[in-house]
Design a protein around this ligand. Sequence first.
Ligand code: PMP
Length: 333
Amino acid sequence: MTAPAPTPDTLDLIGNTPLVLLKGPSEAADCEIWGKCEFANPGASVKDRAALGIIRDAEARGELKPGGCVVEGTAGNTGIGIALVANALGYRTIIVMPDNQSREKMATLRALGAELVLVPPTKYSDCNHFVHTSRRLAEETEGAIWANQFDNVANRKAHIEGTAAELWEQLEGRIDGFTCAAGTGGTIAGVGMGLKEFDETVTIALTDPHGAALFNFYAHGELKAEGSSVAEGIGQGRITANLEGAPIDTQFRVSDEEGLKWVGRLLREEGLCLGLSSGINVAGAVALGRQLGKGSRVATVLCDTGFRYLSTLYNREWLEAKGLPVFDWLERD
Ligand code: PMP
């Protein structure tokens, strides 16, 4: 086993995450299912990669200057990544977030020193949506850039150059399929594009939660959402700039119940405490593995840590209130 090389720069701790074989999912699909441990990033989520990529890109283009400010609208994880990177580089952070996201994310953002602006959850078409509010705030703030993770392709570039290249190296060039869900689409598009550059026969599958419109788009060419999901950070209703040209070969739709089943199994059987988007990704990976056949090799993303959802996914009352199945080991408060 080789330990990572020592580094003088904390930002080098972003990326180069471990890859682990997921035993239960591999057995269920009769193939190899590998999980990229994005919860091992300093901000405990996959979004550290996009945060660093976007900030470095803005610096390189001369838009973000010393002592400047980064403004973003985010479900939370991107904000946490931006706050850490901005702290390391001496920038101020302003984060606009819908107020229905987990308490842990809000507390974390405040603890990191980000200035937090909470807005009610609204449709994207509403001018007070968190994305539009963050754009306006960036325009009004001196020396600020708007990170614009949904439509800034520096986001997916971080996955082409980072996540995809790492997966290819870690799996020694033998990978049959990759799948994950989309929030901004940076991960699925970037990893898809990057892997196809190495081997165009790798199957790229979108795993969509209920309530998102992408499954219908890739299956039938129509952006149409059905149902709903409590998963945070995923579930997209439009083709973002990051999703444009994404090489999606096939698609699956996964319910919260199915995702939660894998969250529970990975915790109790394999000692991994994850968020719901990871469970939904793993359910998609099992479906893709079954489709690709016995012995195939599939990778997915374990997006963030479950410690971020102690008041929701790992809370009996919250699960009951949402009408979701409750893990049988959870006590009442
Ligand atoms: N899972 C979680 C928990 C997230 O916060 C995000 C980012 N919004 C994603 C998955 C999706 O990643 P991406 O934005 O690259 O599509």
